[in-house]
Design a protein around this ligand. Sequence first.
Ligand code: HEM
Ligand code: HEM
Length: 173
Amino acid sequence: MNHPHYSRPRRLLHWLFAAVVLWATISGYANALLQPPCSVQQAIAFINVSLTTLLVPLFVLRLFYLVRHPAPPAPAHQSAAERRLVHAGHSALLVTLGTVLLSGVLMMSRPIDLFGLQLPQPLQDPAATTFFEELHHYSCMVLALLVTGHIAAVILHQLRGHGVLRRMLPKRP
Ligand code: HEM
Ligand code: HEM
């Protein structure tokens, strides 16, 4: 049987974002909570700011493909209520991801170091950067919770024999 898949650009962007978001979340919290040596903290902060800044234009591309390449039809076993829940979950992930990216850039109180290329910080007012720092703090927590729920839901579906994962994997010939 031929199963419907997300388009190739949507699959590529999904897995690229998944890798960077998981890395930035785990290493970002490790940096904040475990207090590793200063050199490790600086290296993680440098890598994370560079990697996640690259996601900003890719996020716009992701929204473009979201509109241009609609999702494949929902699996037949899903009820209307489940479809609404999946849709709400994916929408919440994207809105929160957008908030995390935007607040990350706007909270910067130093130039944004993009693998050595210095981009000017967008805001100068300390009250505004503090506001976006708080927003980054809370939106990162919400994103971590949503991603945990998202991965748990995928595992649960797989265990029940509903192969949703293959919708995000390359098409088999
Ligand atoms: C995928 C998007 C992103 C994720 C998942 C993410 C995740 C995180 C996490 C988990 C923390 C620690 C949170 C805390 O201490 O409350 C953090 C802190 C931080 N993030 Fe992000 N972030 C993202 C995007 C960005 C962007 C785009 C920038 C700036 C260009 C940025 C700059 C920072 C800075 C400067 C810190 C504070 C580091 C420190 O003071 O130790 N983040 N981020
Ligand atoms: C190991 C980690 C992950 C796995 C196994 C996974 C798996 C999947 C699967 C199977 C789907 C298709 C669901 C369907 O329509 O049937 C999906 C969609 C989606 N996932 Fe993930 N995911 C992971 C990480 C993430 C992360 C970290 C994010 C957040 C940034 C995310 C955001 C989304 C979004 C927004 C969709 C809707 C389709 C799209 O617009 O790309 N996923 N994921």
